[in-house]
Design a protein around this ligand. Structure first.
Ligand code: NDP
Length: 279
């Protein structure tokens, strides 16, 4: 695709951004779909976020927002999706003809789609252990609650943060577990890692699977070129496990849909990510 004066500019705004797979993912999707767009990553300070978002959206562009700006981005929007209202975070924005900035949190739908593929069955009624209380955990919790998981135990290093997340997104099916010891001997259909542990090769697993009575499946939201500690620990305990790569692809696919108004070429996105992993 030739970049010209009519090409739409989509950006990833965050700090850091250099590690992100989104430019490869989205540019491969734009090429496969034949849309006139280019996607670039821009390291952005908190004070510059509002200028970038408003300017880009008004110029017909948009983009993604990543760490540490997702919450601030939600406050900048004129029109918020249900997922933004529920989670208080925005990872995707675009403009309309009246100069308004729209935003969504596609991590919610990305998590949901990735989980559906991984579980090969319904989320309704399952018992889940969710580890973490940051942005990724909020997206996962919103999806699990919406899809009527039977019970969700939420555990985070800082208990207060888990309580705040549970107050905002939870409901009668969500219970905060104050100390890890209380998880011993418990049964779960699914364990989800939404902490940052695993980003660095050599990070330990945030949970000791041997201390649980049963874990049916294990889903890490973290991804990298290495196998994460969580996935390693789950597989060593004989538990089916996956990392966050499919969620990354799926949230990117939903962002593509918001910008271009049609279904994303997911296979091309998958290939671009696979190439990056081996390249
Ligand atoms: P946040 O910074 O918002 O949250 C970090 C979480 O990790 C908190 O719960 C924090 O606990 C916990 N944590 C950090 N260090 C430790 C530690 N040493 N021991 C135990 N817990 C720890 O990050 P995000 O929620 O945005 O991202 C979390 C991960 O999810 C990242 O690796 C990110 O790349 C990934 N992610 C993947 C996506 C995908 O598409 N696959 C989408 C979004 C995120 P505390 O509150 O106690 O500090």
């Amino acid at each position: 695709m030739k970049v010209t004066s009519t090409t739409r500019v989509l950006t990833l705004l965050g700090d850091p951004v250099a590690h992100s797979a989104s430019p490869e993912l989205q540019n491969a999707a734009f090429a496969a779909a034949g849309v006139d767009g280019v996607y670039v990553a821009v390291r952005c300070a908190p004070d510059d976020l509002v200028g970038f978002m408003r300017g880009l959206a008004r110029a017909g562009g948009g983009g993604n927002v990543t760490l540490p700006h997702k919450e601030k981005a939600a406050s900048i929007l004129d029109i918020r999706s249900e997922a933004v209202r529920r989670t208080g975070a925005c990872n995707t924005f675009w403009g309309d003809d009246e100069g308004r900035v729209h935003g969504d949190n596609t991590d919610v739908e990305g998590f949901r789609r990735a989980l559906e593929t991984f579980l090969e069955g319904p989320t309704a009624g399952i018992r889940v252990l969710l580890l973490g209380a940051g942005g990724a955990a909020r997206a996962a919790l919103a999806a699990l609650v919406a899809d009527r998981a039977g019970e969700i135990l939420l555990y985070n290093r800082s208990q207060e943060r888990a309580r705040a997340v549970s107050r905002r997104i939870g409901g009668p099916k969500v219970r905060v577990v104050p100390i890890a010891r209380e998880l011993e001997g418990e049964d779960f259909d699914l364990v989800v890692n939404a902490t940052r542990l695993g980003l660095a090769p050599g990070d330990p697993s945030p949970v000791d699977f041997r201390k649980l009575n049963r874990a049916g499946a294990a889903m890490d939201l973290v991804y990298g070129r290495h196998t994460t500690g969580f996935v390693q620990a789950a597989e060593a305990a004989g538990i089916r496990a996956t990392d966050g790569m499919d969620m990354l692809i799926q949230q990117g696919a939903v962002s593509f849909e918001r910008w271009w108004g049609h279904v994303a070429p997911v296979e091309a996105m998958r290939e671009a990510v696979a190439e990056r992993q081996t390249g």
